[in-house]
Design a binder for this molecule. Structure first.
Ligand code: TYD
Length: 203
């Protein structure tokens, strides 16, 4: 039986990566393959270089897409076909939400354009857990961690959040939206329950 693909999404500072680490430490999910985008391959390194510099927005999107294609063929598809469940910290929805914002003004509907670029070759997740958070809380969390990437500005994150909420509204079957402004433990319990339920009978 094919494995399930679950992806975790949200703006910078949403607490998603913290919960992802806790998921990896949890016995119930020990059989899952944990991964992330940008990946840790040389393509992921190229993406991170682009993020640290003033790279053209289309070039940046293409690097993210190249990393995604390699991620799918090298890890995601083979794992699912072997019957393993895969949990990815960020995936296609990050591109739609973030590059859907960086490309504003270049296309009439940048989110939809980015979404279309994935069609026909990507592997769609079975479940997308969206950590929804107030951008002002998220920016504060990023600041407290001493992080300040070019994407961690409040106006930009507001646009990214709106894109995420639009994606969720347009794909209610796959998306689950979590209120991530609550205490970490509450968010963790809810996410663990949702993922355990999605994997029921598979772990
Ligand atoms: P990541 O390393 O996951 O950041 P964090 O751990 O803080 O969540 O991602 C790096 C940045 O790249 C983050 O600001 C989100 C952005 N990003 C995109 O813009 N497009 C994408 O397709 C992906 C996967 C990430």
């Amino acid at each position: 039986m094919r494995g399930k693909l679950i992806t975790l999404e949200g703006i910078d500072g949403s607490g998603k990566s913290t919960i992802c680490r806790l998921l990896q430490d949890e016995k119930r999910f020990a059989g899952c393959i944990f991964t992330r985008e940008p990946t840790t391959s040389w393509l992921g390194d190229a993406v991170n270089r682009a993020l640290r510099s003033d790279t053209d927005h289309i070039a940046e999107l293409m690097l993210f897409l190249a990393d995604h294609a390699d991620h799918i063929s090298r890890l995601v598809r083979p794992s699912l076909e072997r019957g393993s469940n895969v949990i990815s910290d960020r995936y296609s929805a990050s591109r739609c939400a973030y590059q859907g914002s960086t490309l504003t003004g270049l296309f009439e509907d940048p989110l939809d354009w980015v979404r279309t670029l994935h069609k026909g070759w990507t592997v769609d997740p079975d479940l997308i857990v969206l950590f929804d958070t107030d951008p002002s809380v998220a920016v504060k969390r990023c600041g407290d961690r001493g992080e300040q990437s070019k994407f961690e500005k409040i106006e930009f994150l507001k646009a990214v959040r709106n894109n995420y909420l639009r994606l969720a509204a347009e794909d209610r079957e796959r998306f689950v939206v979590i209120n991530a402004d609550r205490p970490l433990n509450e968010v963790k319990e809810e996410v663990f329950r949702i993922i355990a339920h999605a994997l029921e009978g598979r772990e």
